[in-house]
Ligand binder design. Sequence first.
Ligand code: ATP
Ligand code: MG
Length: 415
Amino acid sequence: MINIPKGTKDVLPSESYKWHYVERIARETADLYCLNEIRTPTFEHTELFLRGVGDTTDIVNKEMYTFLDKGERSITLKPEGTAGVARSFIENGLFNGAMPLKMYYITPVFRYENPQKGRLREHHQFGVEVYGGAGADTDAEVIKLAYTVLKKCGLSVKLYINSMGCPDCRKKYNDALKGYFADKLDKLCPTCRERYGKNPLRILDCKDEGCKALCKDAPKIIDYLCDDCSAHFKKLQELLTDCGVAYEINPFIVRGLDYYTKTVFEFVTTALGSQGTVCGGGRYDNLISQLGGTPTCGVGFGMGIERLLMLMEAENVIIPERESVKFYIATMGEKAYKKAFEIVSELRDKGVKAEIDHAGRGVKAQFKYADKIHAENVVTLGDNELETGVAQIKNMADGSLKEIKVAEISAYFGK
Ligand code: ATP
Ligand code: MG
């Protein structure tokens, strides 16, 4: 037997309705906010992620699925959704169309991680990217969209916000961090010692308990914001209050990607242990220019669909099942099967969810099957019914029986 690769998951036929449910909520909410869907390839040139996501991030350093294709090109499976959308935005000259440009996507994401509960090597994200809105109103709108999706999914989560400032604020802050950690280097994990030299901000994102403890008293970036970034952050808080989204400032949210500027945010829950972040995002005003496009600001987020579903399960959210099978025809004999096949086909043409046996089983087994697939009604057809022209419908919920003319079955259910 060949097994599924480590860190991946099947969505089985019995549970795909849960995915459809959250995906529908995501799409409908995105539509309300006037976003259109964008679909970009599952793989891109590795260079895109090196330049876009940043080569001091965990994602790029340790987690990418990179390989040479048969043409010796270095290819990488998407480790996140934003860079591909940015590439498409530039390549297709979307800047010249209607701006701001508001987009969303639902995509698989690949990261070579240590698989644990809520941490997979392939997961899926609902993501949003809004280009061309420089004000805090765009940040607030994007956050409210994420909040609305989570709320419609029946979750209560906590929103943490922070500001990463602009490159000017960041430089001052990085210096302050270096000063703070200078005499604590031996207490940091080996990775953070490396981060100290390259990008000390990343230390704040470390999941090592020792590092986390050291970070508690570290300088806070919001104390190093320039006037412009500070005003933006203040405005965001006002607007969130105006649109009814509760938040808490968390100075340690720095996000795992290098492209963020100003606003960063996370929706967090404690229900999943340490994998509690269900959605993360922020503003990335320099990403497009960094990738060679006309400077354009952007705001977005990524929401993990597997984590969302895990959370909904943990909080006992009831997801409505698919529409049930309205009508099952149990048959005895070839003649009856032929008639049933014709009726079922007609019913489906009329938009009625109908089913018959496909395994040549006896009536008893067919009734068992009809029960398993939650058929609402079952009609039995055999030579007798064909002769008299009358059959019985069984209502599977209460067991009651009703007579119906065989010739009228299709019309009866197709109403
Ligand atoms: P974490 O801190 O948990 O590693 P992250 O900062 O790497 O998350 P993002 O890159 O912001 O996460 O991805 C957005 C969302 O995608 C996360 O909030 C989470 O819900 C989900 N996610 C990220 N990595 C994984 C994974 N390996 N398995 C399942 N879901 C994930
Ligand atoms: Mg991560």
